[in-house]
Write a protein that binds this ligand. Structure first.
Ligand SMILES: [Zn+2]
Length: 73
């Protein structure tokens, strides 16, 4: 079973669990969010709310140890 942790938003380059570098995969939902929605619009906030609060979609997943990383604002 994969673990998940919550961290403060900061530029991550290493996995906090296995210390693997460049192993963190930015999750599609978050990627799409920033691609399609303007940060200054309400739609952006609504989508953040959904994938963050409702879906609890991790922002990164480690390719090596499968650690799920949720990021707080
Ligand atoms: Zn890892």
């Amino acid at each position: 079973m994969s673990k998940s942790i919550t961290i403060k938003n900061e530029g991550l380059s290493k996995c906090p669990e296995c210390k693997g570098e460049d192993k963190l995969i930015y999750q599609q939902e978050w990627d799409r969010l920033f691609e399609y929605y303007d940060k200054s619009t309400q739609a952006h906030d609504l989508v953040v709310n959904r994938i963050y609060n409702d879906d609890k979609q991790p922002k990164y997943i480690c390719a090596d140890c499968s650690l799920k990383i949720l990021v707080t604002a």
